[in-house]
Design a protein around this ligand. Structure first.
Ligand SMILES: Cc1cc2nc3c(=O)[nH]c(=O)nc-3n(C[C@H](O)[C@H](O)[C@H](O)COP(=O)(O)O)c2cc1C
Length: 176
């Protein structure tokens, strides 16, 4: 088993694609990405380092039945994390959103994910500057920084790989 587990939720496949790209770039350090609705709590907890990806759906919500997905996803998995001890784990988040169609809730779903993981004692790494995006509001900001990498595959597709490379450069020394 590798050191890094990559888990994602996805409605239309864009977050899955980014998860696969992260895996490709990390090589043997990471296991192949797994949809969060296809894992167990035990498998999730077996990694010391986690990279967790999500789109924002609904009105700033995590994916799941309540936000209109056909399958369960983060909303349901987070219920199973209540009361779980994640201290000692390094967790980096990556979030996909659409700043043009949803400028009032851009990538907001990262925040409830962040909050649950922090409440479980995890060490969150990989915050990301908000420069280069145009939006009105995001719940995923703490001060001037997003709580994780932010990618907009709908409007800034061409910037994503460069952003991803820079983010991985920032975080890999923190857990290597
Ligand atoms: C019904 C619906 C609601 C959405 N709501 C938001 C939103 O509130 N904020 C946002 O930033 N993006 C929103 N998006 C855009 C998605 O997050 C974006 O297209 C993302 O790349 C989808 O990733 P996926 O293919 O992994 O599901 C929404 C998209 C859909 C279809």
């Amino acid at each position: 088993m590798a050191n890094v587990g990559i888990f994602f939720g996805s409605d239309t496949g864009k977050t899955r694609k980014i998860a696969k790209l992260i895996h490709k770039k990390l090589g043997d350090a990471a296991d192949a990405p797994v949809n969060i609705n296809r894992t167990s709590l035990e498998a999730f907890l077996s990694y010391p380092v986690l990279m967790l990806g999500t789109p924002t759906l609904g009105d700033g919500q995590l994916p799941g039945i309540e936000s209109g997905c056909e399958s369960e996803s983060w909303l349901e998995f987070l219920d199973s994390l209540q009361g779980v001890d994640l201290s000692g784990k390094h967790i980096a988040l990556f979030g996909l959103g659409d700043q043009v169609a949803y400028p009032d809730n851009f990538v907001s779903a990262l925040k409830p994910l962040y909050d649950v993981l922090c409440a479980c004692g995890a060490k969150l790494i990989g915050d990301w500057p908000n420069e280069g995006y145009s939006f009105n509001h995001s719940a995923a900001l703490i001060g001037e920084k997003f709580v994780g990498l932010v990618l907009d595959q709908d409007n800034q597709y061409d910037l994503s790989e460069e952003r991803l490379d820079s983010w991985l450069e920032q975080i890999t020394p923190l857990f290597a």
